[in-house]
Structure formats: C-alpha cells, structure tokens
Design a protein around this ligand. Structure first.
Ligand SMILES: [Zn+2]
Length: 471
C-alpha cells in the first residue's frame, strides 16, 4: 500500500511540475505578445512623430517661399537673402530635429536607449567632419548648401545622439550612396545573395547575359549630382533652383499665391516695379521631381483606370497620387522569458508620411505638387504607410557596412576586380557575381521560369505589404 501511495505522490508531483511549466509558458506567451504590442506602438509613434515634423517643415518651407515672393516684389534684397538662408538651414537641419521628435515618442512609449542606433550616426558624424568638410585631407570638400553647413549639420546630429537614441532612422539616404548605378543599388547585392533572378528580370534583365567582367561597369556618377539641399536623415526631397520666378508663373499666378498664403496685399503696380521677382539669380524651393512624382499607373495601361500600383490596397484618390518624403523608424526590445532561461529580440519598423492637398479657387483638390512643384503650405495630415511605400525603407538603409562599402571598397573593385571581402557582405556578393557560372544559372533559370516572376507591389525585391518586422 505504501508503495502504491508513493507512486500516486510521484504522479501528483509530476502533474504539478507539468502544470506549473504550462502556466509559466503561458506567461511567456503573454509577456511576448504584450512586448510585441508595446514595441509596435512605440515604432508607430516614432514614425508618426517624425513625419509630423516633416509636414510642418514643408509648410514652413512653403511659407518662406511666399514671404520670399513678397520680399522680391518689394525689391528687398536683404530680406530675400535672409529667407533663402533660412530655407537652406531648415532643409538640412530641420529633419535632424525630426529624429529628436521620433526619439522622444519612442521613449515615451517605453523604449530603452540602445547604443546601436547612435553608433551608426556617430560614425557618420565623423565622416561629415572629415570627408564632407574636406578636413580629412583626401578629396575636395562637398559643396556646402550654406557657409558652415557641415559643422552645423554634424553638431545637430551629435546633439540628438547625446540624448540617447531609443529608435533608429531606418531610411537614411547617404549623399554618395544612392541612385544611378547598379553598384550603388543595394537591391542588386541582395538579389545576388538570394539568387533572386526575378529581380534581374524586372530591373536589369540583360546584365545577367551581357556582363563579362568588372571592366564592363561604367564609372560611378560624380558626387556633384548628390542632393546637398537635403538632410540624409528623413530627407524632405526638395531642390533649390536658381530661376526667375516669372519664368515659372505668370504675374496673376504669383499675386494669387501671395493673396492666398499671406496677409499682405500687393498690387500689379508693385509687381511691375519689382526687379527681383524676374531676377534669375533668386533661389526658390521646389519639390524634387524624382521623389515627388506620381505613383506609376501600370494598371491603367491594362485597362483598370483607378488601379494605381500604390502599395496600399484599394483605389487612390487623384489628389493623393504623389510620392514624397517619409520617415521610417525602427525599435528593438529584448524580452526575457520566465519558463526557460532565454531572451528574444523583437524588432519593429514603421513608416509614416505627411499628407496634404492643394485646393483651387474653384474648390477642386489636387496633389501638393500641382503648382509646378513649387512648395506652398499644404500639409495637413500624417499617416502610417506600408514600409514599401517609403523610400529606402525596406532594406534598412541605416547600415553602415553599406556606406563603408560604397566609400572605401567600390573604387578599388572597379580598378582591380573583386578582392578579399574582409567581412563585407557587399564585397562577398561581388565575388559571387563575378563567377560566370553564377550568372549563367540565372539566365537558364529565367529562360524557363520568368513567367512565374511577379512584380512585388510597390517595387523592390522581397517587397511585403504592411508594416513589418525588420531582420
Ligand atoms: Zn565591400
């Protein structure tokens, strides 16, 4: 009998252990679900806060454009100069301030400071101080948008970092790491790594069959094409143009804009007396047409008039059919498990952008760019958008390895071909790319399978809808 009850006690004990473990596992599930919610809220709040700042900066830039018109009509040279300088400072330094807003939002939502966010920017500040300003001794300094810009820019970023970052700007656009050349396209390297032949099919089909060796590459674009008007963090994608405003707008249009966006009343006589408004040395701020273009209406070509390839499901209203600027913020949090001795890392990236419309005098709404891309105050709203709809959002461009690769490795690669990768992911892909049989595999695969390639909605390889986890 004693033996029997001993067995029962053992059985009960065993059951108890199982039950307790189950309860603890449940606690873990609860803890991790709660943590995920938490980090998503924080990431979303950070992105929205930054986009909000972007929207108000754009409105301020628009108001300054209008003030500039008034000053130009009044022939006030000094005021014109002051306004343009203020615009230049705002375009470069304002979006850095948007990072501070994002950071405060992340902290308010309980995110802890993580050094990894600051680390990338700290290294970048060093580049601004040495490379951009030319102080490092090698190479010409980058053209400054205003005197002392690089010092102010580096200081502004350093100030934000000094508060400790709880979120990272995930769609940074480093000046000399973008556009124009396949070797400056991160998607290319990722397509090589993943053998994503469909990416080649959609983006550069012949390069797989035509490429013979690294000597085929054309030279990298020259640095002066780079958009120094804008911040690399949360860029507003504006361009400053030296142009006579009367070459863009009629007298009536200019006076109408002054009437609508300021409380100053100017007459045609004032206008006719002005020299500055028709002076081609005046600088005005416009939406950059590359970034502020319309969404490609590929579906209209297929007969579906309203089906823009907008990365948001459903129809897009005409007045919102404009690309633009966005902010992508990443949050990371560690969650400790209770039942098992481990912790996991959650990452969440969210994107948001400012929205607005222009209203004509007849009450018709049109996109913010409708005034020939001239910036006027028109932003009224901020919304979360899918990561795919934000430039540079889907590959986490806050990757310093990429910057190092472009700045330090590409030059010697173009001269001497692939070299020892030394831990560089991108150099490693160039080694793979150089192998004939690698590219031949792609050509053969596409010969039989290209029909199964689907262009990801919103463009970019591995595009996925909705806000989503980082890597
Ligand atoms: Zn490299």
């Amino acid at each position: 009998m004693a033996r029997r009850s001993g067995q029962i006690i053992l059985l009960l004990l065993f059951t108890l252990v199982v039950l307790v473990t189950l309860v603890l596992l449940n606690v873990d599930v609860f803890v991790s679900v709660r943590a995920k919610h938490h980090i998503q809220n924080a990431g979303d709040a950070a992105a929205i806060a930054a986009a909000h700042k972007q929207g108000s900066l754009l409105n301020e830039m628009g108001l300054l454009n209008v003030e500039h018109m008034v000053a130009a009509i009044r022939n006030d040279t000094n005021e014109c100069k002051r306004i343009v300088l203020e615009q230049r400072r705002k375009a470069l330094l304002g979006p850095v301030e948007a990072l501070r807003y994002a950071n405060n939002a992340a902290k308010k939502n309980g995110m802890a400071v993580r050094d990894e966010f600051s680390e990338i920017l700290r290294r970048h500040i060093e580049d601004i101080r040495l490379v951009y300003s030319g102080a490092g001794g090698d190479g010409e300094p980058y053209p400054e948008p205003f005197p002392g810009a690089w010092v102010d820019y580096a200081t502004a970023i350093a100030n934000v970092i000094s508060e400790g970052l709880a979120t990272g700007p995930d769609n940074m656009e480093f000046y000399d790491c973008r556009g124009g050349h396949l070797l400056l396209n991160r998607h290319f390297y990722h397509a090589v790594a993943a053998k994503d032949w469909c990416w080649f099919f959609f983006n550069c089909n012949n390069v797989l069959s035509d490429y013979t060796s690294y000597r085929d590459w054309g030279p990298l674009p020259v640095r002066d094409d780079a958009p120094f008007d804008n911040s690399e963090i949360f860029s507003l994608h504006l361009v400053s143009r030296k142009i006579a405003l009367t070459d863009v707008f009629s007298k009536e249009e200019i006076l109408a804009m002054v009437g609508r966006y300021s409380d100053v009343t100017l007459t045609e006589e004032d206008f006719d007396k002005s020299e500055l408004i028709s002076n081609s040395d005046e600088t005005w701020f416009f939406f950059g047409s590359d970034s502020w273009g319309r969404w490609f209406n590929g579906l209209a070509l297929a007969g579906d008039e309203y089906g823009y390839e907008f990365p948001i499901a459903g129809e897009i209203k005409e007045e919102y059919n404009v690309n633009g600027c966005a902010s992508v913020c990443r949050c990371v949090a560690e969650v400790d498990a209770v039942a098992v001795d481990s912790h996991s890392l959650f990452t969440w990236s969210a994107a948001a952008r400012p929205f607005g419309t222009l209203e004509s005098f007849e009450g018709v709404l049109s996109p913010v760019t409708a005034l020939k891309n001239f910036v006027v105050p028109s932003f009224t709203d901020v919304r979360l958008i899918p990561l795919d709809a934000a430039r540079g959002g889907n590959l986490a461009t806050a990757d310093y390895g990429w910057v190092v690769h472009v700045r330090e490795h590409l030059g010697s690669y173009l001269e001497r071909g692939p070299h020892y990768a030394n831990g560089c992911f991108y150099c490693l892909q160039l080694q793979t790319w150089e192998r004939d049989y690698f590219r031949r595999e792609g050509v053969i695969w596409l010969k039989y399978n290209s029909g199964s390639c689907r262009r990801p909605v919103g463009g970019g390889p591995g595009g996925h809808g909705g806000t989503s986890h980082g890597h």
